[in-house]
Write a protein that binds this ligand. Structure first.
Ligand code: ADP
Ligand code: MG
Length: 494
């Protein structure tokens, strides 16, 4: 069931399509050997080609082609063995060529679809229209001089993949989930780092509304939105604004809009009348891009396991719940950490993989993620090493410490950086499993609480917890709960 939006005059349906720009991971640019490293001083990574000096000719970077094909494979799209580079003509200070080399009618990657996971546990397939390769422009810097704008050409010529979706999304949540999924796919495939704050990924957000069952309405396109949350905010505010305009008897202009982070709303950037005529034509400096099916097959063979497959494997082989598996695979780094920790724990404990999956997953998602969130760091900056984490889990698995004590030790590990074994030793936190010791303690407790024992035997079952509590109190929480139960129950019932 598609979600509908209530207006004053009835229900509306929203239609959303995203054009995502993803910067290709490649040491050099799309048509030149200049470096793509982030954060260099302005204009230090500019070849004659990037600066569009007269007579310079573009030469295609094969690695960028491979990256585009890998991305297409990750999205399950058709790979086009022949594609064409076109010139997209417009004038701007940061575009020295006076045109951008892009792909128009014949992109390198054709149709496919990606699966998105929604909050209610359902999934939906979102169509991908195409992926094409193009060059990035330079950057205008307006904040360097009171009266002048400077231009930095370091980005000029950097390879971008533009991934165009079909208008298949219907809610802000779906748009956010799709953007998140594409980011996950390119990061797994190793084709884009997904760093939105460095501009490696951004989306143009197309939104329209219509009455259910009617043809598509007129859309607006909000440019350069650089976070998942902002994409969702743009969609939300555009839906509301367009419904208001239409219900007031107005009409939607097909226009380009800008997102204002401060107000969470969009405003007009340019209308259709001001729209560019790009005068696309095939770039005469470049031959059609052609490669063989073997080239594609070779790349397909070397593709890493992607999030969906990993999730399915975690569920089937490790018996992890689909929800938890989804949480673990959302970021490649989390999945890698989990798998490394699981492997280390298997080696140290000698227990089989299938028995430890849930324990390790619960620890990573609950304890570790909770701690990282408090510290405000990502998993790659985890203060707890795989080695220490597996040691902690093994202490719990072999019964040296209880689950409750494990949490205490973990807190201490985060503060001190010490190994869990050292902490357990230092603080005397070893679980008491010695039956003789526990039995003596139970006898003492029963003797000291004869009245309660009588009440329990008279039918007040609830008092059982009281006796367990007493044993735990005397041992500082260190008595092995299993041993306590084994000994206490027969004595009380005795
Ligand atoms: P253009 O090339 O002019 O930007 P496209 O037809 O390629 O136009 O569409 C660009 C994006 O807009 C695509 O992601 C597409 O799914 C989306 N889109 C197209 N029509 C609509 C619509 N009526 N409402 C919302 N999104 C749309
Ligand atoms: Mg467009």
């Amino acid at each position: 069931m598609t979600k509908l939006y209530q207006g004053a005059t009835g229900d509306w349906e929203a239609v959303i399509g995203l054009e995502i720009h993803a910067q290709v991971i490649s040491e050099s640019k799309l048509f030149s050997g200049a470096s793509t490293a982030f954060g260099a001083d302005p204009n230090t990574q500019v070849s004659f080609v990037c600066a569009a000096m007269p007579g310079m000719l573009p030469v295609i970077n094969e690695e960028c082609v491979r990256q585009a094909v890998r991305t297409g494979l990750a999205m399950g799209c058709k790979i086009n063995l022949r594609s064409i580079f076109d010139r997209k003509n417009y004038f701007y200070a940061d575009l020295p060529q006076g045109y951008q080399i892009s792909q128009f009618k014949d992109p390198i990657v054709g149709e496919g679809h990606v699966r998105i996971d929604l909050e209610d546990g359902s999934t939906k397939d979102i169509g991908v229209e195409r992926l094409h390769l193009e060059q990035d422009a330079g950057k205008s810097m307006h904040d360097q001089h009171p009266t002048m704008t400077y231009v930095d050409l370091n980005r000029s010529g950097v390879a971008l993949m533009e991934i165009v979706s079909k208008p298949d999304m219907r809610t802000p949540e779906e748009a956010g989930a799709y953007f998140r999924k594409i980011r996950s796919l390119v990061r797994y495939a190793g084709t884009c780092d997904g760093n939105m704050d460095q501009g490696s990924m951004r989306a143009d957000v197309n939104v329209s509304v219509r009455r259910p069952g009617e043809p598509l309405g007129t859309r607006t396109e909000t440019k350069n939105v650089n976070s998942i949350r902002y994409v969702m905010m743009v969609v939300e505010s555009e839906i509301r604004r367009q419904i208001d305009v239409l219900e007031d008897g107005g009409k939607i202009d097909q226009e380009t809009r800008l997102f204002d982070v401060a107000t969470g709303t969009t405003r007009t950037m340019r209308s259709k009348e001001e729209a560019h005529d790009y005068r696309y034509f095939p770039d005469p400096d470049l031959l059609p891009l052609e490669f063989s099916q073997e080239f594609v097959d070779e790349l397909a063979k070397d593709m890493p396991e992607l999030a969906d497959a990993k999730k399915d494997r975690f569920v089937a082989a490790l018996h992890i719940s689909p929800y938890n598996a989804g949480v673990l695979v959302a970021e490649k780094e989390s999945a890698d950490y989990f798998e490394a920790l699981l492997a280390a724990t298997v080696t140290k404990s000698g227990k089989p993989l299938s028995e430890l999956g849930t324990l390790v997953a619960n620890w990573v998602i609950g304890d570790l993620f909770g701690a990282l969130k408090k510290l405000g760091v990502g998993i790659t900056k985890s203060p707890v090493s795989i080695d220490h984490a597996s040691e902690l889990l093994c202490l719990q698995i072999d019964g040296t410490i209880s689950g409750r004590i494990a949490k205490e030790v973990f807190e201490n590990m985060l503060e001190s950086g010490k190994s869990p074994e050292a902490i357990v030793e230092e603080k005397g936190l070893k679980q008491v499993s010695d039956t003789g010791e526990i039995e003596a303690m139970i006898d003492e407790i029963l003797a000291a609480n004869a009245d309660k024992v009588a009440e329990y035997r008279g039918g007040k079952d609830k008092l059982y917890g009281f006796f367990v509590g007493q044993v735990m109190k005397q041992t500082g929480g260190k008595a092995n709960p299993q041993v306590v139960n084994q000994l206490l129950r027969p004595k009380l019932d005795g």
